[in-house]
Design a protein around this ligand. Sequence first.
Ligand code: PHE
Length: 457
Amino acid sequence: MSRELWSSRTGFILAAAGSAVGLGNIWKFPYLAGKFGGGAFLLAYLILVFTIVKVVMLSEIAIGRAANKNAVGAFASLHNRRWKIVGYMGVVACFMVLSFYSVVAGWTIYYTVEMVSGSLSGLQPDALTGKFEEFIADPSLPVIYHGIFMLMVIAIVIRGIKGGIEKVSTLLMPALFIIIIALILRGFMLDGAMKGLEFYLVPDWSQLGDFDLWSAALGQAFFSLSLGMGTMLTYGSYLDKKENLPNTSFQVAFIDTAVAFLAGLLVFPAVFSFGFDNTAGPGLTFIILPAVFNQMFGGQLFGILFFILLFFAALTSAISILEVMTSYWSEEKGVCRKKSAVIFGLLTFFMGVACSYSLGIWADVTLSSILGINIDLEVFNLGVFDFLDYVSSNILLPLGGLLILIFAGWIKPKRIMDEITNNGKVDFYWKNAFIIMTKYISPIAIGYLLLNSIGII
Ligand code: PHE
């Protein structure tokens, strides 16, 4: 059976950007920036994305298109079976990421419903915080929304890349962009908005000496660009041989970073204007934006539109994650696409239930408590949700990225370079920089920050 391809280059860019742009940009980026000092985090993030991480993006897409296979099969077909381990790691990371991702995506459905019903209207930030905390800790409601979300993801992945994934992305990205801009303009008019902009845009240079900030920015860059776990590899495998990979991958990285940047512009003026705690964590976007909507003329309508679009942005990302697992199982093991999507989807759903419970009734369940030992390392003392988030973003994805670079820079440099340049037909003006980055600079930097995340340095 021949594999499907994207119907056009724009189709790929939209689908890849659809994968990249999601909760990572609008939910996670602002709260991490808030936690790590605002401007310093933004600066570190931008530096990493446009140097170290950019070459991972290009390498990963090139590996996928060179092999024309799923994440596991690609490494075996380009080199040998031992390298399949990188693909397997990716599949495991997908399972971990999707399980908590789908829970947060479920929150976007809940907030859409609440906006429609008007029950958030007129609430002060304190009351909105209470409402958010009560909701995420509830044992049934978030699980129901998480289930609804997962069902939609499964249904779309079953239909395959063109029928499902590409069409959904084409419409939504521009719409999301427009509404964010409108909201930012309103946010700028709030009293005290300037303080928020200053926090977000002016770095406190001393904070750049903190390696935890860099590790967090690196993990976030991988997460936000959907790298290190086979997503871009799989999407690249559906890309036509004629397309220009350096340009295409740059455009995807640029769109994704622009949306994350705008999300910060949206959130921080409001955070400071309402005297909110910028280190509030995962609730930041969900609490602060309804507070902005409450101050706006037509705020309810904006709120409804915003959460619907955020939901769709999450959907196109979640689809790309389930696609990695599904294409692996169906191509490598001959399981039909439908069965493969349903089984992986269900497994992920159950893990997601544990994630959701860990924000409420299972708050005390940690690795330390399960093993009955007391270890003073961060990973041992996180609940299920935070554990999966931390281990995937800060460890598995950068590790996957490191191995991808070793593969592209040391194991198959010629094959990958031929792929990137379409056998010399594309003029790749930063070729030498790419080689130095892929072989030396990026692997060393990622390796160092990885050891920092694990707690060895
Ligand atoms: N990049 C997506 C986001 O920012 C999440 C994602 C991570 C998707 C990893 C695929 C792979 O929301």
